[in-house]
Every structure is written in C-alpha cells, then in structure tokens.
Design a protein around this ligand. Sequence first.
Ligand code: F6P
Length: 514
Amino acid sequence: MANTYTDRKLSARYPTDLPAWKKLAGHFREQMRNRTLRELFSRDKKRPEKFGLEAGDLFLDYSKNHLTATTRKLLTQLARQADVPAAIEAMFAGDRINKTEDRAVLHVALRAKIADTVALETAGVPEVWEVLTKMESFVEGVHSGAIKGSTGKRLTDIVNIGIGGSDLGPVMASRALRPYWKDAMRFHSVSNVDGTQLADLTQELDPETTLFVVCSKTFTTLETMTNAGRARAWVVENLDELAVQYHFVAASTNHEAMDEFGIRSDFRFGFWDWVGGRYSLWSAVGLSLALVVGMDVFRAILAGGRRMDLHFRQSPLDENMPVLLALLGTWYNNFFGAQSQAILPYDNRLDRFPAYLQQLQMESSGKSVRMDGKPVRCDTGMIIWGEAGNNAQHSFYQLLHQGTRLVPVDFLLPARSSGASQAQQDLAIANCLAQAEALMDGTKDADLEPHRVHAGNRPSNTIHFDELTPDVLGQLIALYEHKVFVEGIVWGINSFDQWGVELGKRLAVAKLST
Ligand code: F6P
C-alpha cells in the first residue's frame, strides 16, 4: 500500500511551535508552578474521581499529579495538534512510520485477531497466525514428550539466549508469571557477553534435558552469537554434533545464519522486519516463555496486549490511558524539567519490569534528531529507573522524598497476591499507598527539625489491577509501548530505530580485530 503518511504528517511542526505548547507554558508559569498538590486536593475533594481512568483490567489513578482539568484539556490539545490520532491510525495501517529504517511498525499485528484487519496487506502479517500455530505444536510437542532431546530424555530446562529485546521480554515475563510455569519446566537466560551466566548454568544443567532457544532478530549480534556458539560447543562436547539439531531452536529473521549454525528448518520460528527488538516479546521471541508457561498463557498475554490496543485506538484522547501517561510524562519532562521517572511495582514478580521499560523507553525516546533530520528543540526521553516494592523503599526512596530532584513516579499495585500470602500482599499495598501519600502530602507538623521534614508535593501515578495475570501483564506492556509512541509523536522523533547503539558495537569489533 502506498505510504504517504510519514512525509505528509510526522514531524510536520516543532512541538514548541504548537499553540497548545505555548498555552501550556503560560498555564505552567501562571497557574501550576507554585500550586501544591495539597492545595489542589483541598480545593477539590473529588480529584480521585475526576482524575481516574479504567482501561481493561487496569485503573489509573492520576489524581496525585500537578494537573487540573485545564491542564488535561491543554495536554490533549497538544496531542491533537501533534496529530497523535492520525499517527495511531498510521501505525495500525502498516504505514512505514519507522522512516530511518523504512519499515512499518506492527508489533500490534502480532496480538491482533484477523477480524481486527490490522495491516493485513503488509507482507508477513498474514503469516502471524501460522507462526503462532507452529509455536503451539512445538510447545505441545515438548510438553507431551513427542519432541525429545537427542538421547530420548524429556526437555525440561529452557535456556533463552539473546540480548536487549531478545532477552528482557522473556526474562521479565517469565519472572512475572512464575505461578504459571508448567510442572517440571524451568526457565533460564543467558545474555551478557562475558560468559559467566552460561558458565554457571552449565554447572547445574543436564545437556540431555536442556533446550536452547537462540533469539536474535539479526542472528549476528555479538553477545548472542558468542553465547550460542559456546552453548553449542557444550552440547557437542557432552553429547555429539548431531545433538545440536535436538537441543537448539531459534527465533530469527536470518535463515542463512540459522543454516550455518545448524538449526533445522522445523525448529525455526520466524518474524518480520516490522517487529522492533524491544517490541518482540509478542513474536517468536516469546517462544522460550511459551515453552515454560504454555501456549494458552502466551495467548492470554497477547489477548491482554490486544485489549490495550483496542482501547488505545478507540478512546478519545482525554480518556485514553497510554495517551494520558505520555502527556503527563511530557508535562513533567518539558515543563517541570524532570529528568527521570521511577517505575515502582509492588509485586516482586515484576522485579524486571523497570529494566524492561528502560529499554522500551530509553532506546525508543533517547533521540536528539527529529524525524525530518533536524535537531529537536526540547528535551526528549527521560531516564527510566526503578525497583520492586519495599526493596526500593529501603534503597533509593530517601532521594524520592527528600532529594533536590523532582522524580515523577508510577506505582504498579495489584490488589491480590499472585500465588503467595494475601496478608503479605496487604502489607505491600499499605506500603505503596503510604508512599504515594507521603510523596504528595509530606509532613504537616510545623515543629519538626529540618532533616525530618518531608516537603511533599511530589507527583505519582498509581496503576491498580486485581492480580498479575498473563492478560494483565499483556495490558501493562502494551500500555507503556503506546505511551512511548505518543511521546515520540509529540516530540517529532522516530521512536522505532536505535542508531545510537551502533557506534559502540562497531568500535568493539574494531578493537577485537587489532
Ligand atoms: O542493542 C540494540 C539492539 O538492536 C536492540 O534493539 C535489540 O533488542 C538487541 O540489539 C538484540 O538484537 P537481535 O535480536 O538482532 O540480536
């Protein structure tokens, strides 16, 4: 399909030139800069109702932010003036919005139903369901024992070998969904180039029951190919050359390289150039996860992602959760001058979610050149960091409460424990709510010594959900994916390339060859 969207619309104007940006600057200066959160709450007792939003199984409480109904109106005007609605449609239509790589951006097609007609005319999209079916029969074959190791033993230990998006997604999600692991199945991962992860794993694993899933879109990534080569040697040393065909599968787009490695054709799971690395968990890159949790659970994650897609596509801007999160991010980043944002999940199973979002947000939004090649005129991606629950409280919350920097926070808060004691989850909930209150309200006692004073006035979002199910996890991931997309559209940057990681890679290779 002819694509004219990128030339016609994206980056058409600097966000700072948009009328809504100018109004927001005035609104910030005159009405918001010196107004405290406490004041906002005392003036309007109904803030929690007015600034709360449900989408699927998620409820976003954004009442504890420096915003009023006017702020929200101006922010949504900014999104409209930046052509966010048209950009959303362009992505779902399969337009080549990743301009520097001349690619469509269609991770949304990986979780769509055929009936959603997401870019069905784009090459590769109609194959999505075939690959899912192939994954399903492979996963079931491993679970039933129809697919075995070379010595006839069942494959129980799944080792994902990948890095970046080919590692963080499977690792994060396998930890998040620990209660869903099939009996006897275990998940492991190897990513870093120094080799220690694999060295430790090979001490504990039995090669006869181990299946390596080599995940690499390009199948050329130094770290992954080094680790895969070492794992291959371990299999050959402990079993034999033929065993490689039983103990290695791959998710990749590079068939030539898979041929060379010795991955047999029925053990290859493809994806397409329109799946970015950091958006690839939904594709065959999710195979190691699916092998451990089962295909029904993997499909439930996809269903959750799709629910968020439908919400994102269909909701008006001021009732659109990813759009609101993006606009709040822009508000703090570009008007309040915040440099970082903390992601604080109160379920330890989400302990790698902040790291996952680091790649998603910082690789996507760490850009200083616009889509049209011109320098940006405002700050772009914030530094994303975080840690799970009370571990974070006993580590860096001191800075959140009393430091000199403004750090907006996203709390992620399940009501129910995912497979542990509810009494302990209730402790986690009490802690999370207490932290949000302390950040906002601070201390009220006038006689406190200075070092005991909490000034408060520090904003936070809280994303509530009932329990961390596969469906909810899918919704959370898609929520942040779309948040990042909207921010990029407002700033006029390409959120889908990552040229900034190339130079260091090239220099490392050059150093090795000298
Ligand atoms: O670090 C850059 C990057 O391209 C990421 O975007 C990607 O997730 C990672 O490398 C791994 O790439 P591949 O899947 O091709 O091995």
